[in-house]
Design a protein around this ligand. Structure first.
Ligand SMILES: [Zn+2]
Length: 238
C-alpha cells in the first residue's frame, strides 16, 4: 500500500503551524521565513525518498528526475502559501474585531465607546493577537493547510511515479468517516488515468477526476497491472 501521507502529514502540519503562529504574532521575519522554506525542502526530499523506496518494494522503479518537476511545483506553491497565510491571518483578525464591535454595539452600556476605541487601537497597533489567541482563532485553519499540502505533495508524486509504469490504478480511500459517499462507491475499482470516473453528489455537483483531485478528497491511486480491466466513462451518484 502506497499511502505514506498519513505518516508524513503531522510533520508538515507542525512546520506550517509554527510559521502561522509567527505570522499571527507579527514575528514572521526573514529567519522565520527561511526556516519554513528550508523545512519545505527537507520535507519534500524525505517524502520523495520514502515514496520511491515503497514503490521499489512493489517492483516499480522511478527514474531519477521523474519527480523533480512535481517537487519543484510543490515548493513554489509553499512559497505562495506563506503569503496566503499572511493574508488569511489579517482577514481573520479583521473578522474577529468586526464581530466584537457588532456585539458591543448591541449593548446599551455607557462604556461601549471606550471599549470600541480600545479594539480599534488594538487593531491599529497590530496587537490583536494578545487578546485573541492563536489556538482559538487560527490554529485550526493552519492545521488544515498543513494537512492539505502534505496530501497534495503525496498525490502528485504518487500519480507521476505510477504513470511511468502503468496507465491504470485502483481507487483507494482513507479509512475514516470523512470519506464522501460517492468515493466509498469507487473504492477498489480500477480506472485509467486518462478516463477517470465522474461523481455527482446530492446537490448535483459534478466532478470528473483521478483520486485526490476533488476538493478535500484524500483518496489515492494504487498501481494496477495492465491485465486489470478498467471501468470506462464510469459515473456514480450519491
Ligand atoms: Zn475521496
Amino acid at each position: 500500500m502506497i499511502n505514506i501521507y498519513k505518516s508524513f502529514s503531522q510533520r508538515w502540519q507542525n512546520v506550517v503551524r509554527r510559521f502561522a503562529l509567527s505570522v499571527w504574532r507579527h514575528q514572521d521575519d526573514e529567519s522565520e521565513e527561511k526556516r519554513y522554506f528550508k523545512q519545505a525542502l527537507n520535507f519534500s526530499r524525505d517524502y520523495r525518498y520514502d515514496l520511491e523506496k515503497k514503490l521499489a518494494d512493489k517492483g516499480i522503479h522511478v527514474y531519477r528526475g521523474t519527480l523533480d518537476g512535481k517537487v519543484n511545483d510543490w515548493l513554489t506553491r509553499q512559497k505562495a502559501m506563506a503569503d496566503t497565510i499572511r493574508v488569511m491571518a489579517t482577514d481573520r483578525k479583521d473578522e474577529i474585531i468586526a464581530k466584537e464591535i457588532e456585539k458591543l454595539q448591541k449593548n446599551k452600556d455607557a462604556n461601549v465607546q471606550e471599549e470600541i476605541d480600545r479594539l480599534y487601537e488594538m487593531k491599529q497597533n497590530q496587537h490583536v493577537y494578545k487578546a485573541f489567541s492563536f489556538e482559538d482563532h487560527f490554529e485550526g485553519a493552519s492545521d488544515r493547510i498543513g494537512d492539505d499540502e502534505a496530501f497534495g505533495l503525496g498525490r502528485d508524486l504518487n500519480e507521476e511515479a505510477i504513470r511511468q509504469s502503468t496507465d491504470r490504478y485502483f481507487w483507494r480511500k482513507q479509512n475514516d468517516n470523512r470519506v464522501r459517499k460517492t468515493h466509498e462507491k469507487l473504492a477498489d475499482l480500477c480506472f485509467l488515468f486518462l478516463n477517470p470516473p465522474t461523481t455527482i453528489d446530492k446537490y448535483g455537483n459534478k466532478h470528473t477526476g483521478n483520486p485526490g483531485t476533488d476538493f478535500g478528497c484524500r483518496c489515492w491511486a494504487d498501481p494496477a497491472p495492465v491485465r486489470e480491466k478498467p471501468k470506462r466513462n464510469y459515473v456514480v451518484k450519491e
